[in-house]
Structures are given as structure tokens and as C-alpha cells.
Ligand binder design. Structure first.
Ligand code: MN
Ligand code: MN
Length: 474
């Protein structure tokens, strides 16, 4: 045999080898069938309707309960014995929710949790919000969560208010969502007069105390008295809702972008909306627990509040509300709650930062998630040297990866931006601290925390498929 032909025989098929050994780096669209893409498009329509009806945590709880009750879910009774297939929910103060399906094995092998959050960055009202200055009436706001303040000026805002009067009567105020409603807005300075403002950093250009919401400009028709514009606004609120200025002290009033969710792009492949973080994971988690067929292990979709401010508070996951529910399930089956927790598994369902070519230097491209790459499995979040996060074990990552492959779920992995670029956390660590196996799994988002965030329809649907596969564990 000549030297030449020996070499030819050894020549390897690079294409074939790459397919066997390397991660496919082509668009998710090329890895997904037309039939699946059709299902993704249909799922996105229902999600947009959910989003438009769920702009606050209270509304997300209400909408989710309505969907669950249609599927036979009933309020959980800790005194009752439950059997496989029973469907229950726990409404925690109207701001957080657990939906559960009792599994064939109950909770003896632990429970399966998909935990998302339903609070989003926004402008809350201060307890004494209403004031008048130079014949304009404004509301003082206190922002909630991590916002870039300049993004919240000159933007139509809707009011979603929940007020409780001294006698306990509850008053809901929704203004700015229906066609023909007035909207509200934080003003910004014209460029012509912004020499000082424009020389400041982005963080300083709009101060927290300047996020004042314009709500009126017409004075009360009276010949005497001061602050007649403020008084006129209060008179209108009193006529329509029966409230007085003091009722704002006992209230949760949130101002959110007034627009609805819409398709983005000529190809309609994306959805733009307020509050994808994290309703884009909450909705798939709800739909997965509603649609899970005969799960072996008891399954929980947990919708938490307070994640955007660190998960503290009795509706956040750094509190005991989920642990108490699992303890109730365990004790009803004669088990120690800690044994159930130690055998439990959780997908911490939260968004990750999708690679943005316009801000490429904030990411490390090889370890970022991409729009249309499928659901993102994130081993750890955190900041600097992996602080402020739990980290999924190699074992649990392996298990989840295997499950997704087996169920034809398009998935990818990614870190939250480049090392030392900043960072962030999720509810994962609070659940991991209960001795549960946890990994972050969710949808890649562009413009995260902006009033108008972007996701891909394909990634949304694949996240639903991931949660369903996790619950059904087939
Ligand atoms: Mn989030
Ligand atoms: Mn967030």
C-alpha cells in the first residue's frame, strides 16, 4: 500500500464527527418541526392573553386560579386526605400561589417543583402620593425592583390599585388598560434644556425622587382654597371609588406600562411585552401542572412574589410558605417533612439574559443563551466568584439534560453575562437551602427589566415542554 492511500483511509469525516461530538450551533428553527412550531405559535397567543390580564402579582394569581379551577383545582384543606390525581391550590394572601397535583406515589419520593415569580419591576405609590406643584397634580412613586429609571419617563402608564379602607372594604382601581381610558406618565426634560442632565451618568440623570407621575392639571371650580388641582383629582377619585387621601396609606398601587403584549418582527417570531420576567416562566409552569398526565410524584407549580426585591417577605420564597405546604402534604402521608424535602427536585423557573449583539461586550458569547436556542438551563447565577447563588450539581444537571433530550425539548445553557460584568440571583438558592436539588431553567430575554421586554415564541413553548416533561418524568 502506498503512503498516499494509507493517508486517504485515515481521513475522517469532519461533518459526521462534529455531529457526534459537538453541540449543534444552528438556529432552533432548523431543529424544530413545522408541527412543533405551529404549537409554539398557538401557545404564544394564549400566553399574550395571560400577560395582558396579569400585570401585577395579584392579577397573575387571580388569572392562574381561574385557569386552574376550570381544570378542577380546589382550595387545599390541610385536614383532608388527598389521593393520586387530586388537584389543589394554596392562595397566599392573593400575591403568591401554589398549584399542586397529587402524584401516584404521593410525596414519598419527594415532590417536583417548578418555581417562578410573578412580581415585576414597576413604580409603586408612596403612602402619601398625591401632591400639587405649580398647578399640576402628581403622585410620588417609589420604584420596585431593579429598573433603569430613564426608561420609565415619557411612557404611558396604567394604574393597578388595590386599596383597603379602615372598615376593611376593598377597592380596586384599574385605569389605563381599556381603549378610551386615560393614561399617566412621568415627564422628562426636553433635550434643548438638558445640558446638565445629559452630562450626568445614566444612573444619576433621572433621580428616584423625580419619578413623579402626572395625574391632573385642572383645578376644582371654586373661588377659594389652595391646591385646587389636587383637590379636584381627589374629588374625582372619591366620586368614582369612594376613597379619601388617607386610603392610599393601606394600599398596593402599582403603575405599569399601559401597552399590551404584541408580536415583534416581520416574521412574528418574538413577543414584546411588560413583565415577561418572570411571567414567561410562570405561565408555562401553570400550564404544565394543569396538563400533567398522571404524574408519579406530587407536582407543584409555585408562583412567588417579592423575587425582584430579594424574595424577603411572607409572599416571597425566602419565607416558609412553600415549606409549610410541603410539610402539610408530608404529614398527611405520615412522613417527616424534612425527608420529603431532601428527596425533592426543583426547576427554579426564571429568565436568563439572551445574548444581544448590540451589547455583545457584556456577554461571553460561548456561554450565553440565545433567542430561539430553546429553554435555558443555568447551572448557577450570582455575581463575582459565584456568590449569591446556589449551584446545581453535575448529577442534577445531567439528569435534567437527559430528561430534556428524551422528551425532544430544544434546550441550551448560558451564564448571566460575562464574568465580573455584574450578576443576579433567583429563587433557586432559597429552595436549595431546604436541601432540595435545584437548577435554574427558563426563557432567554432581551431588554430584561425594561418596560418592553422581548422573548422568542419558540423558547417560551420549549420552556412549557421542559416543565411538563419534568412533572410527568417520562
Ligand atoms: Mn426573574
Ligand atoms: Mn428580574
Amino acid at each position: 500500500m502506498s503512503k498516499k492511500s494509507e493517508k486517504a483511509e485515515k481521513k475522517l469525516d469532519a461533518k459526521k464527527l462534529a455531529k457526534e461530538l459537538l453541540i449543534p450551533r444552528e438556529s432552533g428553527f432548523r431543529q424544530t418541526s413545522e408541527k412543533e412550531l405551529g404549537k409554539a405559535a398557538a401557545f404564544a397567543e394564549d400566553y399574550k392573553a395571560f400577560l395582558d390580564g396579569s400585570k401585577t402579582e395579584r392579577e397573575a394569581v387571580k388569572t392562574s386560579i381561574a385557569l386552574a379551577e376550570k381544570k378542577g383545582f380546589v382550595p387545599f384543606d390541610p385536614e383532608k386526605k388527598y389521593r393520586a390525581g387530586d388537584k389543589v391550590y394554596v392562595n397566599n394572601r392573593g400575591k403568591a400561589l401554589i398549584l399542586a397535583v397529587i402524584g401516584e406515589n404521593g410525596c414519598k419520593n419527594g415532590v417536583r417543583i417548578a418555581a417562578a415569580h410573578i412580581d415585576s419591576p414597576r413604580l409603586d405609590l408612596k403612602p402619601h402620593p398625591l401632591y400639587e406643584q405649580n398647578e399640576l397634580a402628581l403622585f410620588k412613586s417609589h420604584y420596585y425592583g431593579g429598573i433603569k429609571k430613564y426608561q420609565w419617563t415619557a411612557l404611558p402608564l396604567a394604574m393597578h390599585g388595590y386599596l383597603v379602607k379602615k372598615d376593611g372594604e376593598k377597592v380596586e382601581i384599574h385605569v389605563g388598560e381599556e381603549a378610551g381610558d386615560p393614561v399617566f406618565c412621568v415627564t422628562d426634560l426636553l433635550p434643548h434644556l438638558s445640558a446638565d442632565q445629559m452630562s450626568k451618568t445614566l444612573a444619576k440623570a433621572i433621580e428616584g425622587e423625580n419619578l413623579n407621575i402626572l395625574v391632573g392639571s385642572r383645578p376644582l371650580d371654586s373661588d377659594e382654597g389652595d391646591n385646587l388641582v389636587k383637590l379636584n383629582v381627589m374629588r374625582l377619585l372619591n366620586e368614582k371609588y369612594g376613597i379619601t387621601e388617607e386610603d392610599f396609606v393601606s394600599a398596593d398601587v402599582e403603575f405599569v406600562p399601559a401597552f399590551k403584549a404584541s408580536d415583534v418582527g416581520f416574521d412574528r417570531s418574538m413577543i414584546g411585552a411588560y413583565g415577561h420576567d418572570d411571567r414567561v416562566c410562570a405561565y408555562p409552569a401553570v400550564m404544565a401542572v394543569l396538563n400533567a398526565k398522571a404524574p408519579k410524584e406530587t407536582c407543584l407549580a409555585v408562583l412567588a412574589d417579592r423575587e425582584e426585591v430579594g424574595s424577603d417577605g411572607n409572599t416571597g420564597l425566602n419565607s416558609e410558605f412553600m415549606r409549610y405546604f410541603i410539610a402539610d402534604l408530608a404529614q398527611a402521608e405520615g412522613m417527616e417533612p424534612r425527608h420529603v424535602l431532601s428527596r425533592s427536585k426543583c426547576l427554579s423557573a426564571d429568565v436568563n439574559a439572551a445574548f444581544d449583539p448590540t451589547y455583545a461586550s457584556a456577554y461571553e458569547a460561548a456561554n450565553s443563551c440565545f433567542l430561539n436556542g430553546g429553554v435555558c438551563v443555568t447551572k448557577y447565577t450570582g455575581a463575582r466568584g459565584k456568590s449569591g447563588t446556589s449551584e446545581a450539581s453535575a448529577e442534577f444537571m445531567g439528569e435534567v439534560r437527559g430528561l430534556l433530550e428524551k422528551n425532544d425539548v430544544l434546550w441550551q445553557t448560558g451564564e448571566l453575562g460575562k464574568v465580573d460584568g455584574g450578576g443576579g440571583g433567583t429563587v433557586a438558592m432559597y429552595i436549595a437551602n431546604l436541601n432540595v436539588d435545584v437548577v435554574d431553567v427558563g426563557v432567554p430575554v432581551l431588554s430584561m427589566h425594561a418596560p418592553f421586554e422581548l422573548v422568542s415564541k419558540l423558547d417560551l413553548y420549549m420552556t412549557y415542554k421542559a416543565f411538563l416533561a419534568f412533572f410527568e418524568n417520562k
